[in-house]
Design a protein around this ligand. Structure first.
Ligand SMILES: Cc1cc2nc3c(=O)[nH]c(=O)nc-3n(C[C@H](O)[C@H](O)[C@H](O)COP(=O)(O)OP(=O)(O)OC[C@H]3O[C@@H](n4cnc5c(N)ncnc54)[C@H](O)[C@@H]3O)c2cc1C
Length: 155
């Protein structure tokens, strides 16, 4: 068995050193002539945004309530969403008109004291591959390959 539930790993294997970190995310309606070149980070990377098509994708601000966002509940955080909306209005789009937030949601990353993922056997024929540290898109396939090798060793 491969346990690949990342931030939710401790629900099934409490000894795993992975904690959930919820992030609020939002995206605008289309904005004509939007030109944000690159990926942008603010406040040590806690706030991040970039252009996605003709919209702005913005997320984070977990630093405003680190304890409150250490959760595997997908509930919204109203205070952080208010901050992000204000940041969008005043810092990213002070000159744009006629846009609104089309959708807001939350996502949960698996983090811990170490920046490396956990890829290890947790039983006779079980492997855990968790704590992708908010980098799962980038490193997920390599972590999956390592986990598959470990699983093969179990047989
Ligand atoms: C806001 C945000 C921004 C991110 N930005 C980046 C980025 O810029 N670059 C990057 O590389 N990565 C980024 N990531 C991280 C990346 O999305 C994750 O690391 C990646 O999704 C982890 O993949 P995963 O399959 O291990 O876990 P997840 O995608 O979290 O999948 C875990 C799955 O397990 C399921 N699950 C939970 N409990 C159970 C259970 N008991 N039984 C069965 N299934 C269960 C869940 O429903 C879920 O589908 C970001 C993540 C978030 C939330």
């Amino acid at each position: 068995m491969l346990l690949a539930t990342n931030a939710f790993g401790r629900q099934l294997e409490p000894d795993l050193a992975v904690v959930p970190a919820r992030n609020q995310v939002m995206i605008t309606t289309p904005i004509p002539d939007l030109r944000l070149k690159g990926c942008f980070h603010y406040h040590k990377g806690y706030v991040y945004f970039r252009q996605l098509g003709d919209r702005v994708l913005l997320g984070g601000a977990r630093h405003l309530d680190l304890a409150g966002e250490t959760t595997d509940s997908f509930d919204p955080h109203p205070g952080i969403r208010t901050f992000l909306h204000q940041f969008m209005t005043e810092t990213i789009l002070p000159y744009a008109q006629g846009w609104s937030i089309e959708r807001a949601w939350s996502g949960i990353i698996g983090r811990g004291d170490a920046k490396m993922p956990i890829v290890k056997t947790i039983g006779n024929r079980s492997v855990a591959a968790v704590r992708l540290g908010g980098m799962g898109v980038a490193i997920g396939s390599a972590v999956g390959a390592q986990a598959a090798d470990l699983l093969a060793d179990c047989w």
